[in-house]
Design a protein. Sequence first.
Length: 313
Amino acid sequence: MHPAYSVIVFTTASGAGYGLLFWLSLAHVAGWLPEGRWTPFIALALALVLITLGLLSSTLHLGRPERAWRAVSQWRSSWLSREGVAALATYVPAGLLALAWLFGVDAAPTGVLATLSAIGAVATVWCTGMIYASLRTIRQWHQPLVPVVYLALAAASGALLLALILSLAGAETARAVATAGWSLTAAMVLKLAYYAAIDRNPGQNTAGLALGMTAEARVRPLDPPHTQPNYVMREMGYAVARRHATRLRRIALACLFALPLALVLLVLAGGAPAVPPLLLAAVSATAGLVTERWLFFAEAEHVAMLFYGRARA
């Protein structure tokens, strides 16, 4: 599949924003956010900015962005529509919680708002993952691990951001840093399991099956279907060489997991001030996320390409 930069920005930015919103909400419910209103408010404002930036970026991939609002009308059958509904619904408790912190409201309802915000964040990211996992035409996406990995990466990036914000505010960061550590570890295990799953499955669809023959039947076109590239070939026919994909996987794993985990462990061991390592970990994880998300699209093989002579999809 062609990696659309607008969708890469959407899934990366909104995932980090929802992850930050999730951990910030849980931290408020657990009672270990720092005293005062500004640190929680700034963290929540950053989460909402990232979420909004991602959602707006996603509309750039549409042919008619001004009609994006119509997507929410198909929530009974479309995961994209459910994602839109969940995203809009999450704005309500998250926005009210931000206003409560901004004006210094310290009351029981803030705990309810935080809980609803956390639930909304999980629901929205799950729907995002299911948009891809529900597509049977792409074997790399039609995997049960896809929405789970989306949740894990959102949690890991959000935990890193929360730890960085608390360290910049001079607050106690031990629990946030520890949360970032095990979130990164869990996300790394799940991502490695995902890579192993798609590498084990070479794909069951062949041109022979499409023509009603056996999967092993050797079929080749006598003439190309088109004399020049068309929309399907541009969008569905993007291919990345295996050697490049392997190299980019290693880069993604190193930037997204290995380096941030090492820096998080350094902070937990007390071997350095918290801010510089956590800032470097956040920057590294962002680069790794962008690379990982680019590969997620670039490695995807659509069955439509069987029509154009690709061996398997």
